[in-house]
Design a protein around this ligand. Structure first.
Ligand SMILES: NC(=O)c1ccc[n+]([C@@H]2O[C@H](COP(=O)([O-])OP(=O)(O)OC[C@H]3O[C@@H](n4cnc5c(N)ncnc54)[C@H](O)[C@@H]3O)[C@@H](O)[C@H]2O)c1
Length: 250
């Protein structure tokens, strides 16, 4: 169970913290005593304000996860706090197109943010993670597990992220570093806002989802918290679906 001091004295890098799932993760960790270095390309003032209510501290760092120099700056900022205990890769984008119309630039951007960004951040932080016996949590997607039309780059990047998770769990386990991922289904965030006004899309999702509701950012953050904490000390290379049961039902 995550309590008010579960992450006391810990330094946690979270990407994508300006809104949505990343913001919920930042709130959970600061509510449990952590210093969170929040890396996002957007303005993070809402997250700064939300986290100010908690015992931990939130430090925003303007970051484009596709730029190695920005990634290095985030890691340096975290090192100034004394080390890195947890890295959570949340930043992501979804691009939709049929295969015929898919532009190279959209494909490349999707992989750069959703897959190469996490790879580079973990690579930059790995010596610190080995020193703390730290953990990594990557945010994947249900579409890394099941097929969906018009999402080929998104699905490929997320399946790749799950592959990265398993490979690094095997590589870093002997050093005491755990690497896991969380695969959300439909979560109400700015990313899914465009669908919220389409009653038929929402009705379809609810019909296909055994728990009969959409997910909340906090539904994902609480599983991230579990995987980042000692409560999951013997779990690595795992992907946990947070999708109301959708991927495992007909
Ligand atoms: N919302 C869902 O239904 C859902 C479902 C499955 C997976 N996910 C995954 O969860 C993660 C968070 O999704 P969300 O719904 O909170 O999305 P969101 O769009 O609300 O937030 C994504 C955040 O990532 C940031 N970001 C984008 N590109 C960046 C870059 N180059 N560098 C740094 N930051 C960047 C954005 O500024 C934004 O704050 C994503 O990886 C997404 O693929 C979301």
């Amino acid at each position: 169970m995550i309590t008010g001091d579960t992450f006391n004295e810990q330094t946690i890098i979270v990407t994508g913290t300006a809104q949505g799932i990343g913001k919920a993760c930042a709130e959970l960790f600061t509510d449990s005593g952590a210093t969170v270095i929040g890396a996002d390309i957007r303005d993070q003032s809402e997250t700064v304000s939300a986290c100010s209510a908690y015992s931990g501290t939130f430090q925003p760092v303007t970051t484009d996860i596709t730029e190695q120099s920005d990634v290095d700056a985030v890691v340096e900022r975290a090192k100034e706090e004394g080390g890195i205990d947890v890295v959570v890769n949340v930043a992501g984008v979804v691009t939709r197109s049929s295969i015929e119309a898919y532009a190279d630039a959209d494909w490349d951007n999707s992989l750069a943010i959703n897959l190469t960004g996490p790879f580079r951040l973990i690579r930059a932080a790995v010596s610190e993670l080995k020193a703390t016996n730290g953990t990594v949590v990557n945010i994947s997607s249900i579409y890394g597990h099941i097929g969906r039309d018009d999402r080929s780059s998104y699905a490929s990047s997320k399946a790749g992220l799950d592959g990265l998770t398993r490979a690094l769990a095997a590589e870093l386990g002997p050093d005491g570093v755990r690497v896991n991922s969380v695969s959300p289904g439909f979560i109400e965030t700015p990313m899914t806002e465009p669908y919220m006004d389409d009653d038929s899309v929402i009705a379809d999702f609810l019909e296909q989802t055994p728990l009969r509701r959409l997910g909340k950012p906090s539904d994902v953050a609480s599983v991230v918290g579990f995987l980042a904490s000692d409560a999951s000390a013997y779990v690595t290379g795992e992907t946990i679906l947070v999708d109301g049961g959708r991927a495992k039902s007909e």
